[in-house]
Design a binder for this molecule. Sequence first.
Ligand code: ZN
Length: 350
Amino acid sequence: MTMRLGRRGLMGLGVAAGAVGLAGTPPRAATTTRKIALEEHFSTPELVKRGLVARPTNSETLFADIERRLADFDELRLAAMDAAGIDLSVLSVTTPGIQGMTDAKEAVSLAQASNDLLADVVRKRPKRYAGFAALPLQDPAAAAGELQRCVKELGFKGALINGQTEGHYLDDDRFLPFWERAHDLGVPVYLHPGLLPDKPAMFAGRPELDGPVWAWTADTGAHALRLIFGGACKRFPRLTIILGHMGETLPYLLWRLDSRYQLQVGQTLAQDERPSTLFRRNFAITTSGVFDPAPLAAAIATIGEDNILFSVDYPYEDSNAAAAFIENAPLSEASRAKICSGNARRLLHL
Ligand code: ZN
């Protein structure tokens, strides 16, 4: 497949729909509302060297642009933020990052090194950048300790986990020390797509379905449901888990999840036992990578505007398209302000 790319790389693939104003009104500028963004990635030379940066495109040109932007904390990133009205980006190691490693000891030291590098970046520009910790879940006790170090000593706002670790999802009992620490520290955990642990038959022969087109959504949505059905939400009632990509389709499915789960267990469940209740209480979602007002409206209707936060998914998405979308979505100014920054301030204790 060949792809014609403009000199602006990813910008050429930006979604135009968000740039359309309401009928009869000119489109609002991308910078109108001040924003905080939470799914914004970076790489380090060591992560690149070890092949821990996923390649979501067949295009060499596009990937070169992504790699350049992942490694940059200065002109490119700040210019993209400024053009989109983003005051603060919460940065995280790109996928699969530490979750892609198999040696626990190396994972512990590379997580620490990545977090230290991020802490330096944040220290340089504390008004523009904040951090989510990368965690070596290959060693759950070490991951709990590293989360505490990142929050208490480095001032990070939570953690971002890139999918499964060595084939284990986060509902596994081995991760209880990590969840207990996150709950005690009162910081959110961003559940981000990672690499699938195997190649399921449903994707066989259809490489289009692998990666972000569908497999990552299916895997991350299932990961979230494992936490709901596995009891983590009940055990840790104050825990907030963040899902990107407009909630990985789950807000759209809450009614059906309740309906079919009650059929499966063979009884009507009390409201607070239903998957939809746990999702609304324990999850927040971001608009990263879905710049479409229709799913945004569905998410507001099902989980409420207080649980929705603006994000881009830089540099895999175009910051300008993300901003134009939220500026021109049919929202009240109060709702837009909450989604753009108010909810993030509350959730991240800014
Ligand atoms: Zn992402």
